[in-house]
Each structure stands twice: as structure tokens, then as C-alpha cells.
Design a protein around this ligand. Structure first.
Ligand code: AR6
Length: 196
């Protein structure tokens, strides 16, 4: 682990494999980008995939109306559902600094029969879609930790352990977290999981 900020900036990083770094930072995912050509931010969307509140709303505002149009083109798997819970879809990033957006749907914590499995699927399928599209840098928010009310500590364990499975597949995976509380939960869990 290293605190790469060194100046009080909230950023910790872990070398997951010789080629892959995990970075946990506080920030706004809508301004995130590493190279603008093979980077993707993950959007914690809903099954309809046409925008909403929280990070989804912020991402759509920053990306411009082209993003909604691209989402609209994603075929429905059943009426009103473009991306079932736990699955992921990719579009371009349009006016965002990141080249792509991976839309995934996390579980509604109180309603999902197995929220842990659904959250793990959301992370796993986002990373699979990223890999299939030759994305080298991926940034996640804390999927389901807002409107969908997933407890932060439990979500951190699922998020970080799932990213670890893909240690060899990306140059960098980032978590870009909006609040101190979530940033603290993620950094604590990563310290636990990567302590050797
Ligand atoms: N950058 C990074 N994280 C953010 C940002 C941002 N700009 N804005 C919010 N967050 P949420 P969910 C954090 O509610 O729980 C939407 O209406 C936020 O503080 O965005 O998966 C969708 O359309 C929280 O920690 O997503 C769905 O209907 C985290 O992102 C539903 O909400 C996720 O909170 C999805 O709910």
C-alpha cells in the first residue's frame, strides 16, 4: 500500500499484479479519465438504462444527450429492461473525458434475494465487458451504495475482492468515491485484503 497523494489528498494505491494497480480515491467520477481512448467509467444505472438520480444523473448530464440516445439504442431484453440487475452494457462516453461508459445495475439491497451475488455480478460483468472491449483503465463508483442502500462495509468487501480476480487484465482499476465515509470503508477493506 502507498499513500500516493502524500499531501493529504485522499488516494491510496495497491499493486495487484506486476501489471495492474488498484487506486482508491475520493472524487467525482464524471471528470475521471486516464488516457481518453481506452478508459471507461462505470455507471450505477437502473434496469431501464435511460438515466436517473445519483451518479447516473451526473454521468448523463456530463455526457450530454448523446448518451441517452445511445442507451435508448441498447435492445430491451424484456419490456422496459435494457440491463437486468447484475449485467453490464457499454456505450461511448460522448462529452465525458473517459472514452466509454459501462452501465451496470446493482441490487436494491432490501429487495434483492441475494444482494451479495448481484453486486458481485455487477462488478464482474462490468470488468468482463471492459476486457472484451480492450479497455485498459476502469473507474468504479460505489455501486448500490446510494439510492439502493447497500451497507458500505459489505459493499467494499464485494467490490475489492471482485476486482482482485481481474488483477492481470487491466493496467489500472480505480474506485472514485464521493464521500469520506465510503472512501474510509474502501481503504480500510483494501488494507485488510492486501496486507501481507
Ligand atoms: N462520482 C462518484 N460517485 C458518485 C457521484 C459522482 N459524481 N455521484 C454520486 N456518487 P447512486 P445506486 C455516489 O445512488 O445506489 C440512480 O437513480 C453516491 O454517493 O448513484 O447504485 C440510478 O438511476 C453513492 O456512494 O447509485 C438508479 O435508479 C454511489 O455513487 C439508482 O440511482 C452510488 O449511488 C442506482 O442506485
Amino acid at each position: 500500500m502507498s499513500n500516493a497523494g502524500g499531501d493529504g489528498r485522499q488516494l491510496v494505491q495497491f499493486q495487484l499484479s506486476p501489471s495492474n494497480v488498484l487506486k482508491i480515491q475520493k472524487g467525482d467520477i464524471t471528470v475521471w479519465s486516464v488516457d481518453g481512448s481506452s478508459d471507461a467509467i462505470v455507471n450505477p444505472a437502473n434496469e431501464q438504462m435511460l438515466g436517473g438520480g445519483g451518479a447516473d444523473g451526473a454521468i448523463h448530464r456530463a455526457a450530454g444527450p448523446e448518451l441517452r440516445a445511445a442507451c435508448y439504442e441498447v435492445p430491451e431484453v424484456r419490456p422496459g429492461v435494457r440491463c437486468p440487475t447484475g449485467e453490464a452494457r457499454i456505450t461511448l462516453g460522448f462529452r465525458l473525458p473517459a472514452s466509454h461508459v459501462i452501465h451496470t445495475v446493482g441490487p436494491i439491497y432490501d429487495e434483492d434475494k441475494n444482494p451479495e451475488a448481484s453486486l458481485r455480478n455487477a462488478y464482474r460483468n462490468s470488468l468482463r465487458v471492459a476486457k472484451e472491449n480492450n479497455i485498459q483503465y476502469v473507474a468504479f463508483p460505489a455501486i448500490s451504495c446510494g439510492v439502493y442502500r447497500y451497507p458500505f462495509d459489505e459493499a467494499a468487501a464485494v467490490a475489492i475482492s471482485t476486482v482482485k480476480e481481474f488483477a492481470d487484465d487491466f493496467k489500472e482499476v480505480h474506485f472514485v468515491l464521493f464521500s469520506d465515509e465510503i472512501y474510509d470503508a474502501w481503504s480500510k477493506k483494501a488494507n485488510e485484503l492486501f496486507q501481507n
